[in-house]
Design a protein around this ligand. Structure first.
Ligand code: AMP
Ligand code: GLY
Length: 433
């Protein structure tokens, strides 16, 4: 089969590498891909993921047998619908089902209507009304979320009324997130460990993957700004079998049934961002796609054939398809450009990688997020540059291997967190007492 993966980050690289293990995947392409993905042997074509006309035309012209749409925006714009019209089967939800991520108002209302546990909330289109509600509740911090997609930055946690006022002004009047801020969700602040669970869905059946933990803040000890994610570990030790069972009954199955009942069955990878609160697991957010960098620790542990599973999601045969994971652990450490998630330089030479963009001396895998080819080598080309992933029998060994491998890669101003997995290790130590 000739397969196209749409997107060009570390997540897409991880999907491509997992697909490469499938005997049926004879040709693997990426659009746009990136320099490091091309160095790793995948054919890249520089088409922006959001250019639906160009992408659909390209998919027809190259006669792909199957397309995997990985990022949120082309899913929300309806690339899967467009490909279906062109007769090309694709992995991912259609635009109607992608609303579960693309509109927080849609997802919050869905959860309320179907009794799926989540933070209390209200929706506003007027800043004055939102502020009056916040003042009347008088509980801080309060969480304010832009309705639409905002590159993972549309969530503001406001410690007091002044901050809430400022957040509403920025989102609703200054429109710093564009049209995404036309409506906002004001919600209760929840506490507890966070767990990411990615799940394969075929519209009816849901099969969760191994759990993971993201590290969203830029700096150690969860300080600094929110980022797309600075590192991940899997499995997440807070996600015990008892918690998993509860999530299946109270969250996963009800969500898939709710989407069916709403006439937009979800097919693809549904990402549950969960918080394990003192009142039980609650949904913080849904994503309509694989998480990044969660995918970089989840897919290396997948034992079953990814292509077979993806096709089963598209065809509605997931119930009969095994989804099995290895027993070990995985850790991913992100190397980011200095200054990320704010302004950062591009075009800096990356040292320490072999010609194929991998490490010669380590069996850790380097997933390329923001790299470009230049003068026969690779240079930085994004905020998150590389994700270094190692798998091992247990989490301490996976972390040690990932950090040792990451230390072999250099570029000017490179930044990584040094405490990926620390909270998970503490939880494991507690459990083993
Ligand atoms: P999101 O972009 O929706 O993933 O939100 C980013 C981060 O904000 C989440 O990973 C949480 O850490 C935090 N967050 C979002 N909603 C809440 C909430 N209701 N209570 C506490 N933290 C939250
Ligand atoms: N790592 C969080 C996300 O993919 O949205």
């Amino acid at each position: 089969m000739k397969i196209l993966v749409v997107g060009g980050g570390g997540r897409e690289h991880a999907i491509l590498r997992a697909l490469r293990k499938s005997p049926a995947a004879t040709e693997l392409w990426a659009a746009p891909g990136n320099g490091g993905i091309a160095a790793d042997g995948f054919v890249c074509r520089a088409i922006p993921a959001t250019d639906l006309d160009a992408m659909t035309a390209f998919a027809k012209e190259e006669a792909f047998d199957y397309v995997v749409v990985a990022p949120d925006d082309p899913l929300a714009l309806g690339l899967v619908d467009r490909l279906a019209e062109a007769g090309i089967p694709a992995f991912g939800p259609n635009a109607a089902a992608a609303r579960i991520e693309a509109s927080k108002v849609f997802s919050k209302n869905l959860m309320k209507q179907y009794g799926i546990p989540t933070a209390d909330y209200a929706v506003f289109t007027e800043p004055a009304a939102a502020l009056a509600y916040i003042q009347q509740k008088g509980k801080y911090p309060v969480v304010i979320k832009a309705d639409g997609l905002a590159l993972g930055k549309g969530v503001l946690i406001c410690p007091d009324e002044a901050a809430a006022r400022e957040a509403l002004h920025e989102m609703m009047e200054e429109k710093v997130f564009g049209a995404s801020g036309t409506r906002v969700v004001v919600e209760e602040f929840l506490t507890g460990p966070e767990v990411s669970v990615l799940a394969f869905c075929d519209g009816e059946t849901v099969k969760p993957m191994v759990s993971s933990m993201d590290h969203k803040r830029a700096l150690d000890n969860d300080e600094g700004l929110n980022t797309g994610g600075m590192g991940t570990i899997a499995p997440n030790p807070f996600y015990t079998p008892a918690v998993a069972e509860r999530c299946m009954e109270e969250i996963f199955l009800p969500t898939v049934r709710a989407m069916q009942a709403e006439g937009c069955p979800f097919k693809g990878c549904l990402y549950f961002g969960l918080m394990l609160t003192p009142d039980g697991p609650k949904v913080i957010e849904y994503n309509c796609r694989f998480g990044d960098p969660e995918t970089q620790v989840v897919l290396p542990l997948l034992h079953s054939d990814l292509l077979t599973i993806m096709q089963a999601c598209t065809n509605g045969t997931l119930a009969d398809t095994p989804v099995e994971f290895d027993k070990g652990s995985a850790a991913c450490v992100i190397l980011a450009s200095g200054g990320y998630p704010q302004k950062y330089p591009k075009g800096l030479p990356i040292e320490g990688l072999a010609e194929n963009g991998q490490l010669a001396q380590s069996d850790a895998v380097v997933y390329h997020a923001g790299t470009a080819a230049k003068d026969g080598g690779l240079v930085t080309a994004g905020g998150r540059v590389l994700g270094v992933t190692a798998t091992a029998a247990d989490l301490p060994a996976a972390l040690a291997k990932a950090y040792a491998a990451a230390a072999c890669i250099r570029f000017e101003g490179a930044h990584k967190r040094t405490d990926i997995g620390r909270r998970a290790l503490a939880a494991l130590a507690e459990q083993n007492k």
